[in-house]
Design a protein around this ligand. Structure first.
Ligand code: ADP
Ligand code: ADP
Length: 223
């Protein structure tokens, strides 16, 4: 159960301002959805919170520690050890089996292969994927692949899970199944979740929705 906070974050891509003083606090174990129009800065805010991008100004705090001023290398270690990620298009390694994909974050953290696979396997029953452990991930359906991506995002019991349009490539029923599993698994582990979506039905799964407009978080809405 770890908190995350952005304080007055500013970030531009060259001449293009993406964030113009964005602030948001996510409580330990909270699930927050970031919504807003296309180009408003949602993904950039998520990337700052997740230690992928370093802001030009402002501060990011994770679990009481300031992370915006870490070096590139320190942020990469932080992401590997503390954060899980789910992207719009699963981004699994197609040549690896489903269970190898789930085990990847553990392998990257130095867990031995046999132990990592052992830890990965319970996720298959839990997410309705039993029997697909050895399937090449390139041969999974979209909904299956996204559930494998969810297992990979949570397998190392991260302090926070970051999801960018996690259902964006799925039909709405499959998307709702993925969201049900995401929320249930995150709650069970006490994982704090920040997700970006433009789909109000997806955002409704969150404890709280925040709206980004023109690079600022300018509305707070209870779901
Ligand atoms: P959203 O996720 O709300 O669609 P983004 O955070 O992706 O918005 O983008 C915010 C603004 O920053 C947009 O104007 C976008 O074009 C610009 N932007 C985002 N990423 C880059 C990048 N890597 N290089 C240049 N401009 C970018
Ligand atoms: P999202 O759906 O998350 O807003 P986009 O499709 O806008 O994503 O962007 C996908 C990737 O391209 C992101 O990594 C983003 O940082 C980058 N990007 C977005 N806008 C621009 C831009 N104007 N120039 C260069 N890269 C961009």
């Amino acid at each position: 159960m770890k908190p995350i906070e952005a304080r007055d974050v500013v970030l531009s891509f060259g001449e293009t301002p993406a964030l113009r003083g964005a602030s948001v606090s996510v409580a330990p174990g909270e699930i927050v959805a970031i919504m807003g129009p296309s180009g408003s800065g949602k993904s950039t805010l998520l990337h700052c919170l997740a230690g992928i991008l370093a802001p030009d100004a402002g501060e990011i705090h994770f679990d009481g520690r300031r992370i915006d001023n870490l070096t590139e290398n320190e942020r990469s270690v932080l992401r590997r050890q503390q954060f899980g990620f789910v992207f719009q298009f699963g981004q699994l390694v197609p040549e690896l089996t489903a269970e190898e994909n789930v085990a990847l974050p553990l392998l990257l953290n130095g867990v031995k292969r046999a132990a990592a696979l052992k830890q990965a396997r319970p996720w298959f029953a839990r997410l309705g994927l039993a029997g697909l452990e050895r399937r090449r991930s390139g041969e999974l359906s979209g909904g299956q692949a996204q559930r494998v991506a969810l297992a990979r995002g949570l397998v190392a019991r991260p302090g926070a899970l970051f999801a960018d349009e996690p259902t964006g490539a799925l039909d709405s029923l499959t998307g709702e199944q993925v969201m049900d599993l995401l929320v249930a698994s995150a709650r069970e582990q006490g994982t704090t979740v920040v997700l970006v979506t433009h789909d109000a039905r997806v955002a409704a799964y969150a404890d709280r929705q925040v709206i980004v407009r023109d690079g600022k978080v300018n509305a707070l809405v209870r779901s």
